[in-house]
Design a protein around this ligand. Structure first.
Ligand SMILES: Nc1nc2c(ncn2[C@@H]2O[C@H](COP(=O)(O)OP(=O)(O)OP(=O)(O)O)[C@@H](O)[C@H]2O)c(=O)[nH]1
Ligand SMILES: C=C(OP(=O)(O)O)C(=O)O
Length: 210
């Protein structure tokens, strides 16, 4: 699945400690929010690991389960500074720049349970065609991915309405890649992801809760 165009890319994925994540989501009966947050993140990371060599995946998290599983895969673990999403992403960008100065990098949010390796590879290939890119979420207001040919020049401006902020310094890629663009924040986006088809961990957890 790895593409020649993006084989040198580093991908940074921030994931909040699962005990604190997905607070806007009303979890289905029988499913613990913490378990769902973890499953969503692990499905996202599972797709990334099929596209990017593990040593080029930087996971910024304080979650012990994610750290343990990603360590086993050989991914690079970055400590979460504990000051919110943008500072976590900045820690990842700094670590990627240290490892491979001025190399291409992307930041992908970690709540994309319907993501497939094929859609991620297509998304990264589209990003590679422009110097700096932003891929908005399915609603068009948030961001699922930002990239830059020189990763040290990535400036994270995540949070509500982030697509417009990222668009000030990047090309907006309105890609027909729904699995890449469906981040799960609330019941509606979870339903949408389930309709597309979620990864194994999220699927099994939701099935067990039924
Ligand atoms: N490392 C790290 N990741 C974060 C942090 N805040 C959010 N994220 C991750 O960034 C992505 C988008 O997160 P949000 O949807 O904004 O936040 P969330 O905590 O998942 O959900 P809410 O509780 O509803 O805000 C997810 O992959 C989160 O796990 C943070 O402080 N540190
Ligand atoms: C973090 C973001 O959005 P949300 O909180 O909706 O996931 C974002 O789109 O930058």
């Amino acid at each position: 699945m790895e593409s020649a165009v993006t084989s040198t890319w580093h991908v940074i994925v921030p994931v909040k400690h699962s005990a604190n994540g997905k607070s806007r989501l009303r979890t289905p009966t029988g499913v613990r929010r913490e378990d769902l947050a973890l499953a969503i993140a692990l499905d996202t990371l599972g797709a990334v690991l099929q596209v990017v060599p593990a040593h080029q995946l930087l996971v910024v998290t304080s979650d012990p389960e994610i750290r343990s599983q990603m360590r086993d895969f050989g991914a690079v673990l970055i400590a979460d500074p504990g000051r919110g999403l943008n500072s976590a992403v900045t820690a990842g960008i700094d670590a990627a720049s240290e490892r491979a100065p001025h190399s291409p990098a992307a930041v992908l949010l970690g709540d994309l349970p319907a993501l497939t390796p094929a859609e991620l590879a297509d998304g990264l290939a589209a990003c590679a065609a422009v110097e700096a890119a932003v891929v908005p979420d399915h609603e068009g207001t948030g961001t699922v991915l930002i990239s830059h040919h020189d990763g040290s020049r990535l400036t994270p401006r995540f949070g509500t309405g982030s697509a417009a902020r990222h668009a000030r310094t990047a090309t907006v890629l309105d890609l027909d890649l729904p699995r890449l663009r469906t981040d799960v924040d609330n019941d509606e986006s979870l339903r949408r992801a389930v309709e597309l088809g979620v990864g194994r961990r999220t699927e099994q957890l939701l099935a067990a809760g039924r």
